[in-house]
Design a protein around this ligand. Sequence first.
Ligand code: ZN
Ligand code: ZN
Length: 456
Amino acid sequence: MTADPIAPRRLGGPPTEMACATCGRILNTYRTPGGGVSHLHPTGPRDYDHRPAPVPADQLAAVARDCDFCSNPYPILSIRSGPVHAVTIGENTQTTHNFGDTWAACITCARLVDAGKAAPLARRAVDGASWATDTIAAQAVHRIHTTVLATRQPGTTLITTTDWPHTPIPATTLPKARDATAKLLRAGSTTLTAIGAPVRRTIADGLDQAHLYAIDEELTDLARHAASDLPAGTTLAPADLPVPHGLLLWAQPHGPRRVSAASWTSTADEITITTYRSIGAGLPPEALQHLREDIGWLLPVTATHATQQGIAAGDGVPLLVATLLLIAQRCTETIEVEPDPRIARAYRRSRRPLPAVRLVQLRGRSAHSRPAQPSPASATPDQPTPHVRRWVSGFWRQQPYGPERSLRRWRYVFAYLRGPHSAPIAASTTVRVLGKVPPRPAGQPAARHRDPPPTS
Ligand SMILES: [Zn+2]
Ligand SMILES: [Zn+2]
């Protein structure tokens, strides 16, 4: 695990929230009367095969945090109460468990806390930990929950560090996912530690006007290759954007935070880039529906500005820049996707124009694929014959443009496809098979044919 420069500040709780460096799990902090402190794995439904290795939680790229009420592994909101301590009195010892004042809640428990329902909360805790209802532990938990509800502070904080598995969002759902995220960003009662209030408004306003894009598997793959060697100091200029405001969904998640979407929005002096991960995998249907209603499909992970000085590193940011530069390079084409009929009806009911979702893919890729060229990897005799072809490497090159070709911008020079000539290109989507590719305008050959083959 590496230090993470963009981790949101710790959620509060004990003076320094500690996590186990081995498993990433948030540790419980115990204090003894002598002033000693110990950090232990939380008790609950799972066993540990190692001793806790406490490190400050914000030093880890991913932490594993359970719902503090029911042990569900996907907490989404943090709730504040007055400070809660539990004192365990033994024959000769007395241990204080400092629970702090901050509680991670899954969507179901968050709703129960909001409704002030201690009894169902306690029942979920007992079920989650597999205790018998009448044990001392179960009674203690009920007492703790009652204290939390009685001293509950207003507002919630969105938890963005939960390690949600990736769940693909269909392109047809994108309008609804967009609306939910804009609503979440405007919700004054929910704090986002990584994104301040003025920026949230900017992002939400941008989302309202955003064009919606879904990037297909092959272009996602290529953009990842291109992003991995994006030249240092690459900037994103307004001219590189297909539209001033957009939301873009990749076919595959990217990086340790599994970023799967990004939005950009333009203001007078800068472009704000927000990255998102998809949420909801692993929840039962009712909880999933509550998550969709209260939070949405996309969890904002980071927000950053692309200025004249360049772009900040961060999960998904170089990938967005590479994707937008590939689109600006005119080597892609878009196909409009019909939104989900239920979503279309909802838009009609609220008299809003139905947004188009644009599926973006490499231009004319089925008819104009280059023949595969031998590569060092495929020449190794022990390598199994690949069943698909993949884009391999490529490089960025400065290209003059603009008035008297006085400006420079980065273009990605495609390298070659690795794999047998007869094999399909990796992870092609069925969309290409639909054959709805619009004809290329006359006199505009595909960009990748304009580029000379790589010299190395
Ligand atoms: Zn551990
Ligand atoms: Zn819960």
